[in-house]
Design a protein around this ligand. Structure first.
Ligand SMILES: Cc1ncc(COP(=O)(O)O)c(C=O)c1O
Length: 399
């Protein structure tokens, strides 16, 4: 019998911690603080089903047919118009519709990254991005923006692209300040390195007005944007993740390259879902539901942080995030290994994400990511109590 060939080598590198915490959502009674999921009650189900029915009856040829690889022109135009300003001039040639923001990251890996080459990535980094690029076995240069000595130009130099989540990064919840956004844009311009700005949380500001994105800061007033920023957005947090509609805004040549890659990936994003989104935009649905989403998530953030202050402050340090979906807490005691804490937490009925999965090198075991959007305040408080018990048990084992 011929031997069945092995799987590609990169699959062997999958971390079992990732598998464990991704599977944890299925354990009954567990408080899941590990995922990054939105609250299903925020989804505008009645409106979306009405729009779906209308798309099927009024535009069956677009809703059910093969549609253009780069997206329905009407949706590309709306995204271009939404982001255009006096200096940032966008046309549909600057926009690609993707199957969720996740596909944008996958396609960017395909068109920007040669095997084994260098990516300069905000650290800690989004696990999904690391997973998307893993088959290309990149080398990583961590960009730690909060380091006092951080030098954007040295950080970007020589990389095939740089990657940042300036609005409430997943996992760190950190907001990149305006001056640093400007410095990153200047560094991208000076070095010629593409700067990927991944922005799924740009609408989730709980405490103040939104900062300008790096895309806008990089605008030069050219008739068609041709700058170094590649911006990725998604309707997952504004409407619902199941729609799987996201977008990329970039120079037309980047959009063309990504379109070639998308052709060899899924060919096009569901026309039905794009129609649902067009209707939602035309009726102002995202703006209408946003205040409710912000109220729900702000209250949950406050409940989580209050419970953490009561039960975890001896063991962890964190900053209250001004938006997004996560609190990043760093262990005070270097003996607290957070990979081990994740496993001890499961035995105590709570799941958190350990920092190792957000480190391209898999080494950082000092921190945890805690999600606050999925569970109501009382469940968050119970999760924190269990986590505190698990932390004490873990430290006692380590002593
Ligand atoms: C930083 C970041 N980028 C991209 C995504 C992808 O989101 P989606 O594929 O649902 O649009 C996520 C999802 O949580 C994320 O946290």
């Amino acid at each position: 019998m011929p031997r069945r060939p092995d799987f590609a080598r990169w699959l062997d590198e999958t971390n079992d911690v990732t598998q464990t915490f991704l599977a944890a959502g299925q354990i009954p009674g567990l408080v899941n603080l590990a995922g990054g999921l939105p609250e299903p009650d925020t989804w505008p189900v009645a409106e979306l089903s009405e729009f779906a029915a209308r798309a099927m009856s009024e535009y069956p040829a677009q809703a059910l047919a093969y549609t253009p690889i780069d997206g329905l022109p009407d949706l590309r135009d709306r995204i271009a118009a939404q982001y255009s300003t006096g200096a940032l001039r966008l046309t549909r040639d600057n926009v690609l519709i993707t199957t969720g923001g996740m596909q944008a990251l996958d396609l960017l890996g395909k068109v920007l990254l040669d095997p084994g080459q260098l990516v300069a990535a905000q650290s800690p980094a989004y696990l999904g991005a690391l997973d998307a690029w893993k088959p290309r076995a990149p080398r990583y240069r961590p960009l730690v923006f909060e380091d006092p000595g951080f030098d954007p130009q040295a950080g970007l130099a020589g990389a095939q692209f740089a990657y940042a989540v300036p609005n409430f990064s997943n996992p760190s919840g950190r907001l990149v300040p305006l001056e640093q956004r400007r410095a990153l844009v200047a560094a991208a311009q000076a070095t010629g390195v593409w700067l990927v700005e991944d922005d799924p949380y740009g609408h989730l500001y709980y405490d103040g007005p939104a900062l300008p994105h790096m895309l806008a800061l990089s605008a030069s007033g050219a008739a068609v944007y041709d700058g170094p920023v590649i911006y990725t957005g998604t309707f997952s947090k504004q409407l619902a993740p199941g729609l799987r509609v996201g977008w990329v805004i970039a120079a037309p040549k980047v959009i063309k390259a990504l379109t070639t890659a998308k052709q060899g990936s899924d060919m096009f994003t569901s026309g039905l879902c794009q129609h649902i989104v067009i209707e939602a935009l035309d009726r102002g649905l995202p703006e209408r539901i946003l205040p409710g989403i912000l109220d729900t998530y702000r209250a949950r953030r406050d409940a989580l942080c209050a419970a953490m202050a009561e039960h975890l402050s001896d063991h962890f340090a964190w900053q209250v995030p001004a938006g997004g979906m996560f609190v990043w807490a760093v262990a005070r005691d270097a003996a607290l290994d957070t990979d081990a804490l994740m496993k001890t937490g499961l035995a105590h009925g709570v799941c958190i994400s350990p920092s190792s999965v957000f480190d391209p090198l898999g080494r950082d075991r000092r921190a945890i990511r805690v999600n606050f959007t999925l569970n109501p305040p009382e469940v968050l408080a119970e999760g924190v109590r269990r986590l505190a018990a698990a932390t004490r048990a873990q430290l006692a084992k380590a002593a």
